[in-house]
Design a protein around this ligand. Sequence first.
Ligand SMILES: *[C@@H]1O[C@H](CO)[C@@H](O)[C@H](O)[C@H]1NC(C)=O
Ligand SMILES: *[C@@H]1O[C@H](CO)[C@@H](O)[C@H](O)[C@H]1NC(C)=O
Ligand SMILES: *[C@@H]1O[C@H](CO)[C@@H](O)[C@H](O)[C@H]1NC(C)=O
Ligand SMILES: *[C@@H]1O[C@H](CO)[C@@H](O)[C@H](O)[C@H]1NC(C)=O
Ligand SMILES: *[C@@H]1O[C@H](CO)[C@@H](O)[C@H](O)[C@H]1NC(C)=O
Ligand SMILES: *[C@@H]1O[C@H](CO)[C@@H](O)[C@H](O)[C@H]1NC(C)=O
Length: 888
Amino acid sequence: MGSPSAPPARLGAFFSFFLFFLLVFLAVPWGVDGGYNVASVAGSKNRLKARLDFAGGTAPELGPDVERLSLTASLETDSRLHVRITDADHPRWEVPQDVIPRPTPELSLDAPRPGGRVLSTATSDLTFAIHTSPSFRFTVSRRSTGDVLFDTTPDLVFKDRYLELTSSLPADRASLYGLGEHTKRTFRLQRNDTFTLWNSDIAAGNVDLNLYGSHPFYLDVRSAPPVGSRRGNGAGAAHGVLLLNSNGMDVIYGGSYVTYKVIGGVLDFYFFAGPSPLAVVDQYTQLIGRPSPMPYWSFGFHQCRYGYKNVADLEGVVAGYAKARIPLEVMWTDIDYMDAFKDFTLDPVNFPADRLRPFVDRLHRNGQKYVVILDPGINVNTTYGTFIRATKQDIFIKWNGSNYLGVVWPGNVYFPDFLNPRAAEFWAREIAAFRRTIPVDGLWVDMNEISNFVDPPLLNALDDPPYRINNSGVRRPINNKTVPASAVHYGGVAEYNAHNLYGFLEARATHAALLRDTGRRPFVLSRSTFVGSGRYTAHWTGDNAATWDDLRYSINTMLNFGLFGIPMIGADICGFGGNTTEELCSRWIQLGAFYPFSRDHSAIGTVRRELYLWESVTRSARKALGLHYRLLPYIYTLMYEAHTTGAPIARPLFFSYPGDVETYGIDRQFLLGRGVLVSPVLEPGATTVTAYFPAGRWFSLYYYSLAVATKTGKRVTLPAPADTVNVHVAGGNILPLQQPALTSWRVRQSVFHLLVALGDDGTAAGDLFLDDGESPEMVGARSKWSQIKFSGATENGGGVVRVRSHVVHDSYAPSRTLVIGKVVLMGLPSPAPPKGFAVYVNGVQVDANTVAGAAAGSPKNGALGVAHVGGLSLAVGQEFDLKVVMTY
Ligand SMILES: *[C@@H]1O[C@H](CO)[C@@H](O)[C@H](O)[C@H]1NC(C)=O
Ligand SMILES: *[C@@H]1O[C@H](CO)[C@@H](O)[C@H](O)[C@H]1NC(C)=O
Ligand SMILES: *[C@@H]1O[C@H](CO)[C@@H](O)[C@H](O)[C@H]1NC(C)=O
Ligand SMILES: *[C@@H]1O[C@H](CO)[C@@H](O)[C@H](O)[C@H]1NC(C)=O
Ligand SMILES: *[C@@H]1O[C@H](CO)[C@@H](O)[C@H](O)[C@H]1NC(C)=O
Ligand SMILES: *[C@@H]1O[C@H](CO)[C@@H](O)[C@H](O)[C@H]1NC(C)=O
């Protein structure tokens, strides 16, 4: 049962509604094995309510069955269906409204009118139907194609601490993604995989185990329309399914089915209609909350290590990067800086304030940033100010009548209960006080699963529920190495129910604390996450290991967190645990430079892995990070897209090519945004990489040359020399670029280049979002921002290329002084080009005025030409119409 807390409290209203509109009563067959019978259904076209009666079940060892269930289903928007099944007679634990604010069925109720067992409206592509034979089950279908998306079996189980529901899936047509957090060998879910969701401090180097966060969400892409479908073209149609539940669970994906086995809460499903993958994450993040904007600087390169010895060590690392001319944006410190691992303290010998503060001030003067770690456990120590204040405030998690005593790095600790508003206030004051000493630019909240070094004793039935989820892959008790499930939070909430929310709540409190203290956009990095954590935090994949497998699997986790609405994601570059090698580190920075969150981090006792330590890694880093920094305006524009539409920054290929089923299984490559394709080397000894290119033209971002042109999509083996990662842009895209530098603020002052990659149809488009990079809001009444849309098109059979800009919004003043100095046109048509032909640019005009000094031609390989149009000075924030006339 949930704990008695947070009752929905609307059952009375529900029930009278139910009585009043009890319009349909269905006779039900008896003697069904298992499941529930439909006792009654009432409702309107877009909302219905049903009562289900227990029809006999199995598995008495899992506890008695709930006798009467209440089901509500509503088409909450044109693209979202909500189906909730709970105990009709007793309130149960649900994810608090305060965590995921969402419309309650009561509030969104239309004037109810008689309805059948089907929900269907003219504007919604999703339909819902209740079936009564052999017993209760329901289906969710796509109206436009008739495709059944979710199709439950009649053997629903609903007990106090065991809920089970299965849906059939078309094994031959469904590709599923999501259900985390796990390190997986593939991005696409494999048949017969179990996904256990119970936040645990289990190292990410372990595949297939429940890790730090819980995201009971999947995206399903159907490769073909159902046989005999009403409309032909359902290929590539995607939808999303969320089970909004914070309790521990196993989700079993069997290829032809998905089964949820949940140990508490309610069955609260949301279905998102898509039909494009981008539409699914848009609809999903509209419900769970949009990703928080990240500060501009956080897209630079970060360096960390557990085991930095002292301030001189930090200084040496910063100097090492500067000397090697490798960009370094942010320096980090793990728990080493603390006094005996106590939060908000400094090691008086190795990291004293009078040395650390000047170091941080120097970073700031150089345009660099500083981030430190915090752990949730507060050392029980009567001479420790933070502990004394927390004790006065009485904000710790309780157990068996007193504060729960755990053991983490500092020894004995109590854990702040972030469900308690006083705890968030305490946390904010401690952070503010600490920032007076060391003005950190962001905070890293670790160990918040919650990690505990001891196994708590069993106190009551909550600590060892009748169904054991596959915790740690061996059905370990849920109490293992965490706070006991019988512990009690503010409002009487049991840890049993709120366990998976802790990291979310700590990240939220940390975000609020930084915002209040700095007035600037917070940067928070949290190890533990839940549905909606992207509203507050970035994430890294946790404790990986320095192996080639970990390098490869990092792509899967990165793509998953994009689906989960946490687009600011990366893995520890060069590997955290174990000893890295020069070659692995070199290939890892080539991939890691394109993680949205790009940080090198390593464990104490392992070999150091700062990028400048090897000559070959230095070359790789300069090259890959150089391109990354040139792409910063593009990547930051993707942050804007993520914040406003939920679109992941790093995306699977099928997000841009949902009609190409070849892309569904690709997880050794990924896209940044719509059209920048990263194809890293993921094996030792390789000097080539075999990459898939979907239909279209692909241009190298290093050489500005046509690399691949394909009508249908094809695999191509490309050279991948030791210092190079293959990065291509798809025809049809315009990328705003700036000049590489060692820090992002220097990049921001540099001249822009527009890279216009014309598609097969001779057009291209792109966006640019600009703001100061640190105002709390990206777009809002008080924020100043500029948004520019670029478009390109060939005219006169290719003899003329027009590049236009359209200023959508312009309140960020520097957009009018920043200039575009060069436009590079790629993919110029050249009918029957003479051998060694050249493109000569002449008559470059801007708004009918010929631009002096603009010119330059460039021959190109392949049948498509490239022209560099330099010497321009176009203000970014002013509309222009650039006309380039070419002669061959
Ligand atoms: C999945 O499990 C079923 C039942 O145990 C088995 O028959 C099937 O071969 C398995 N499929 C795969 C792909 O492992
Ligand atoms: C309390 O903190 C002080 C200062 O770091 C330390 O010397 C002492 O050992 C700690 N006491 C306990 C019980 O941990
Ligand atoms: C809970 O507290 C009671 C009363 O102090 C004590 O007798 C009991 O041993 C405690 N239980 C556990 C499991 O520690
Ligand atoms: C539990 O997890 C382990 C590790 O992933 C896996 O091998 C095992 O099959 C799982 N057990 C069940 C019953 O799903
Ligand atoms: C808890 O996990 C640890 C490993 O982290 C293991 O050694 C221990 O046996 C587990 N405890 C129980 C009760 O399973
Ligand atoms: C890593 O290298 C260090 C230093 O050479 C060595 O002490 C340590 O044992 C190595 N660790 C592993 C896991 O190989």
